[in-house]
Design a protein around this ligand. Structure first.
Ligand SMILES: C[S@@+](CC[C@H](N)C(=O)[O-])C[C@H]1O[C@@H](n2cnc3c(N)ncnc32)[C@H](O)[C@@H]1O
Length: 170
């Protein structure tokens, strides 16, 4: 997703140590070392699939994977499919992560969530983000932003309450 990871004003988090482009810190994003309410923006691109049964694992090394699945990424673990054994484990992680993001995000901050509909619908995922309000939903069509033919979304989520509020300018 990122073209580079060199910005001084962005902290990149990942727990995978073999990434080509290293994060700023290696950490579990569901339990971060940060104080509460300090971030303006969080971008969250979680794994969208799970398990070693994914077609990728039929290929013995990154080189053969790269040839077969052009555009899927540089190394096997890039998409994080190996981190969660099944759907339940992935959804449980999403729940813990969004709780942590709610804690470390400022009250007027935004969480950008990327979701690629491989096996879990966007509707199901948004049920997990129960304390958030979707301010905007973008459907991504660019081939480089989608895995195969599955649809990718970017959602802009806020911590606002779901009631509609209107402010009159006088
Ligand atoms: C779909 S990839 C996102 C790649 C990222 N958008 C990028 O361009 O570098 C999902 C990433 O989530 C990471 N990941 C999975 N579980 C995690 C966790 N609990 N804490 C931190 N990172 C995690 C995986 O290692 C993988 O790199």
């Amino acid at each position: 997703m990122w073209k580079h990871k060199t910005s001084d004003s962005i902290i990149y988090i990942d727990l995978e140590r073999k990434l080509t482009m290293k994060p700023t810190i290696f950490a579990d994003n569901s339990s971060t070392p940060f104080l509460s309410g300090i971030f303006d923006t969080i971008f969250y691109d979680p794994p969208h699939g799970w398990g070693e049964g994914h077609p990728f694992y039929k290929y013995p090394d990154a080189e053969s994977f790269k040839k077969k699945w052009q555009g899927y990424g540089e190394i096997p673990r890039y998409y994080g499919w190996d981190k969660y054994k099944n759907q339940q484990a992935l959804l449980a992680h999403l729940w813990r992560a969004q709780k942590e993001f709610f804690r470390i995000l400022k009250n007027d901050g935004v969480l950008w969530l990327k979701w690629n509909v491989q096996n879990v619908s966007l509707h199901r995922v948004l049920m997990i983000f129960e304390d958030w309000t979707a301010m905007m939903q973008l459907s991504i069509k660019a081939p480089s932003q989608t895995a195969g033919k599955s649809q990718t979304y970017w959602l802009c989520l806020t911590k606002e309450k779901r009631e509609t509020t209107q402010t009159a300018l006088s």
